[in-house]
Write a protein that binds this ligand. Structure first.
Ligand code: PXL
Length: 280
């Protein structure tokens, strides 16, 4: 497969193993040249640390886009994660319009919520802006968890649900314009969870072991591994399975250090397994 350059847009949390400090090493390990656009620089992520610093980079987006456009810089795929505000979401659309290769893929992880709640900085206005990105005709794949899917679909979040609820969520996302939906954290039994991939009118589900205590940053590890496997030619369901197995290994590896390593997952030592699973 030809050498490819992709772009990922999300924040730099300097410490905390999420967003760009996860995406960049995972995508590079997958053999992809990875360009970045940092949406903000924070001293740490916002989930558990207090007093973190935050430098917003929204004003850089249109300037960087203009420069790339002038240079004729294009990307084989664009993958977005945690974005800082509604204006950034609008600028992302401009970047995709100007810099995504013809036939290139646009993958959106609407990283904004979990466990039934929006992350602290986000509001309904942000959710509405994220809907326009997820349901944009240029967007090929979205990777919500159940909380994010409920917000995007305008359906009440449920802690306890059945297959009918999940089917209704996924149908609502497609009805609103989503193409491929990769829905994570779909659990129908204690100690089990999984990922459902729905596209072209049919869906496939991959179930695996579920650790009771979630780890911060697993959504970013999962999405990055998915984008890596998918961009290297796996079909969406295969990429979803590879990413699930890899994320599970990372969570497993972190268990022994949970006390001191509460802020993220130890994903680095498991990278060779991801590379092997993709067949690189
Ligand atoms: O992993 C999602 C994420 C990314 N970036 C920042 C975050 C979070 C989740 O809390 O705070 C800054």
């Amino acid at each position: 497969m030809a050498y490819q350059r992709i772009l990922t847009i999300q924040d730099i949390s300097c410490v905390g193993q999420c967003s760009l400090t996860v995406a960049l090493p995972i995508l590079s390990a997958c053999g992809l040249e990875t360009a970045i656009l940092p949406s903000a620089v924070l001293s740490t992520h916002t989930a558990g640390f207090s007093g973190f610093t935050f430098a917003d980079l929204t004003e850089e987006f249109p300037k960087i886009n203009s420069h790339w456009k002038k240079e004729g810089i294009k990307f084989a795929a664009v993958y977005t994660g945690y974005l800082g505000n509604e204006a950034q979401i609008k600028y992302v659309k401009d970047i995709v319009r100007d810099c995504l290769e013809e036939g290139g893929k646009f993958i959106v992880d609407p990283a904004m919520a979990d466990y039934g709640k929006l992350y602290p900085p986000f509001t309904q206005e942000y959710v509405d802006a994220m809907k326009t990105l997820c349901f944009d005709e240029r967007t090929d794949i979205i990777l919500p968890n159940i909380t994010e899917a409920a917000y995007l679909a305008d359906i009440d979040y449920k802690e306890d649900y059945d297959k009918d609820y999940i089917d209704a969520l996924v149908k609502a996302l497609h009805d609103k314009g989503a193409k491929t939906v990769v829905l994570t954290g779909v659990s129908y039994a204690k100690d089990r969870t999984g990922v459902l991939v729905s596209e072209n009118g049919s869906s496939e589900y991959y179930e695996h072991f579920h650790y009771e205590q979630g780890c911060h940053g697993t959504g970013d590890v999962y999405a990055s591994a998915f984008v890596g496997a998918y961009t290297k030619g796996k079909r969406a369901f295969e990429a979803a399975k590879i990413a699930a197995d890899y994320t599970l290994r990372c969570i497993e590896a972190t268990q022994k250090d949970r006390e001191k390593h509460w802020y993220g997952v130890e994903f680095e030592p498991e990278l060779p397994e991801l590379v092997k699973a993709i067949g690189l």
